[in-house]
Design a protein around this ligand. Structure first.
Ligand SMILES: O=C(O)c1cc2cc(O)c(O)cc2[nH]1
Length: 464
C-alpha cells in the first residue's frame, strides 16, 4: 500500500515519499515541528537465501526501494508515513501521553460492547481508507501511470487496525483477541453476536443473522497474478466461506490447539533459528507460526498454534491469499500477537534480536508496510516493540517453576535459616550474660510485665 499523496506521477518520479503532515509547503515529515526527517531508506541488501525462488521478480523485495528511495523517519513517538500521527499507545500534541490499553478476550465483551465491535468492523469494511491506496499492477507498469492505484476500504486493507481505534473515538480501545488455545472442535466465537454462526442451510456459509454473511471477499483471483500480471484489486466477489472443524480429509485440523500448546511454545528461549524459515526448529517464531510442534520440533506434517487456528476455520480463513477476508483473522492475530507479547515479557534476555542477523522481511521500514505480508513466513513479527503500556484482561496460565529456580530458592531459604540461627544464638548468649548482671533488678518493682502494661499503660516505667 502507498500513501495516496505519494502516488502522483511527480512524486513517483522523484522516488521521495515525504509528505507534510499538515499540508505545509516545504515541510517534509513535519520537520519544522521536530516530528521527523526525510531520509534515505535503508533496506537489507544481503542476498536472499536459497529458499527464496523469486529473486528479482517481486516488488516487495527490499521494500520500498523499488518505488521510493527516501521516506519519513519519525522522531520519538510520532508515527505514520508523514509523522502526522502518534505511535499506537500514545496521544497528545507531542504524542507523549501514554494511553493505558487492555487486551480483552472477545468472549468477555458484554452485549453492548459486542455490538460496538461488530459494527466497527462492518464500518471498516465499508469506509474508503482516508490516507492509503493500493497498487494493482507491478512496478514496470506503474511508473508514470497514476491510474493503476486504487482506493480500498479500511478493512480490506492490511493495516486497517492501526486506524481502528480512531474510528471508535476511543484511544484506549484495544482490539480484543480470540483465545484459540481451547482445544476441542467448537468455534466458541462463531455466534451471531460475534463472528457469525454457521448457516442452517449451508454448512460452509455464515448465518444470515450475522452482518458478516453480507461481506464479500477481495483478492479471490489469485491466478490472475500469473495469467494477467495483475495484483489483487479492490473488487469484491463471493461470500466468506467457513466450516470450522469440518475438514474431513484432514483430521489433524479438526481440533483447536490445546492450552498446554501455548504454554509449551512460550517456554522456547530462542526467537528464531537458521534457516529462519518454515523449517526452523527450536524457534519461537516458527512454533507460534505453527510449522513446528508446540515444543519447537520441526515436523513437516505438523500444523499447530497460529496455522492450526487458520486451518481449523476451513474456508476463506484457511487460505493464505484470502484469510484476512474472514474477520476472525483479526482476532486470531491479536491473540498470536498477545502470545508474542507474553513471550517478550518472559524472555527479556532474548529481546535483543539483532537486525543484522534478521532474515529479509524483518525490516525497519514499518512506516510503509508492504501491500501484502512479506513473502517469508514472518507474517507479523517486527522488532521487539517498546513497552506501550498494554495489559491483559486475563492472566496467562502460571508458568511451571524450573529446576534452576527451585535450586535458587532452596539456597536462599537455607541461607536465611542459617542467618536466623546465628542471630538467635548470639542474642541468647548476650541475654544470658545480661540476665546474670541484672537479675536483682529484674525481680524488683520496676520490672514491667505485659499485663501491667495494659493495666497502667505507663510508658514512663522502665522496661528492661
Ligand atoms: O497450511 C497452513 O499451514 C496454513 C494455512 C494458512 C492460512 C493463512 O492465512 C495463514 O496466515 C497461514 C496459514 N498456514
Amino acid at each position: 500500500q502507498f500513501p495516496r499523496e505519494c502516488t502522483s506521477a511527480d512524486v513517483l518520479r522523484s522516488a521521495r515519499c515525504c509528505p507534510s503532515p499538515f499540508g505545509r509547503a516545504n515541510d517534509p515529515c513535519g520537520a519544522s515541528l521536530g516530528r521527523g526527517q526525510c531520509v534515505p531508506v535503508q533496506a537489507d541488501t544481503r542476498a536472499h537465501g536459497p529458499q527464496y525462488p523469486h529473486v528479482g521478480q517481486d516488488d516487495r523485495e527490499r521494500w520500498p526501494l523499488r518505488f521510493f528511495t527516501s521516506a519519513c523517519r519519525c522522531t520519538g513517538n510520532f508515527y505514520g508515513y508523514n509523522c502526522g500521527r502518534c505511535k499506537h499507545g500514545f496521544t497528545g500534541a507531542n504524542c507523549d501521553t501514554p494511553v493505558p490499553v487492555v487486551r480483552r478476550n472477545v468472549m468477555s465483551l458484554n452485549p453492548t460492547e459486542r455490538r460496538a465491535f461488530i459494527n466497527a468492523l462492518d464500518q471498516a469494511k465499508r469506509t474508503i481508507h482516508p490516507d492509503l491506496v493500493i497498487a494493482t499492477r507491478r512496478y514496470e507498469e506503474i511508473f508514470g501511470n497514476i491510474t493503476i492505484f486504487e482506493n480500498i476500504t479500511i478493512y480490506n486493507f492490511f493495516v486497517w487496525s492501526h486506524y481502528y481505534s480512531d474510528m471508535l473515538g476511543d484511544p484506549t480501545f484495544a482490539l480484543p483477541y480470540w483465545n484459540f488455545g481451547i482445544g476441542g472442535n467448537q468455534c466458541d466465537i462463531c455466534t451471531d453476536d460475534l463472528m457469525g454462526a454457521r448457516s442452517s442451510f449451508d454448512e460452509n456459509a455464515i448465518s444470515s443473522n450475522s452482518i458478516f454473511s453480507q461481506w464479500r471477499v477481495v483478492c479471490e483471483s489469485v491466478d490472475d497474478y500469473d495469467t494477467l500480471g495483475t495484483i489483487c484489486n479492490s473488487t469484491e466477489s463471493s461470500p466468506i466461506r467457513r466450516n470450522p472443524a469440518g475438514n474431513v480429509d484432514r483430521p489433524m485440523v479438526q481440533k483447536l490447539p490445546e492450552p498446554q500448546d501455548i504454554e509449551a511454545c512460550l517456554q522456547l528461549i530462542t526467537f528464531d533459528t537458521p534457516p529462519f524459515y518454515s523449517t526452523s526448529t527450536d524457534s519461537f517464531r516458527n512454533t507460534i507460526e505453527g510449522y513446528s510442534s508446540p515444543d519447537g520440533t520441526y515436523d513437516p506434517v505438523v500444523r499447530s498454534l497460529h496455522n492450526l487456528a487458520h486451518l481449523f476455520l476451513n474456508g476463506t480463513g484457511g487460505q493464505t491469499h484470502l484469510s484476512p477476508n474472514d474477520p476472525i483473522f483479526v482476532l486470531l492475530h491479536t491473540y498470536t500477537d498477545a502470545i508474542f507479547d507474553e513471550w517478550l515479557r518472559r524472555h527479556p534476555e532474548s529481546q535483543n534480536y539483532p537486525l543484522e542477523n534478521a532474515p529479509i522481511g524483518h525490516n525497519r521500514n514499518y512506516n510503509m508496510v508492504p501491500f501484502w505480508p512479506p513473502i517469508t513466513n514472518a507474517e507479523m513479527f517486527v522488532p521487539a516493540p517498546e513497552n506501550l503500556g498494554y495489559s491483559y484482561e486475563a492472566t496467562w496460565p502460571a508458568r511451571p517453576i524450573t529446576l534452576t529456580e527451585i535450586i535458587t530458592i532452596a539456597v536462599i531459604v537455607a541461607l536465611v535459616i542459617v542467618a536466623i540461627i546465628f542471630v538467635a544464638t548470639t542474642c541468647a548468649m548476650r541475654s544470658r550474660a545480661h540476665n546474670s548482671e541484672s537479675r536483682q533488678h529484674l525481680l524488683g518493682e520496676q520490672y514491667q510485665r505485659y499485663d501491667d502494661h495494659d493495666a497502667h499503660s505507663s510508658k514512663s516505667q522502665s522496661v528492661v
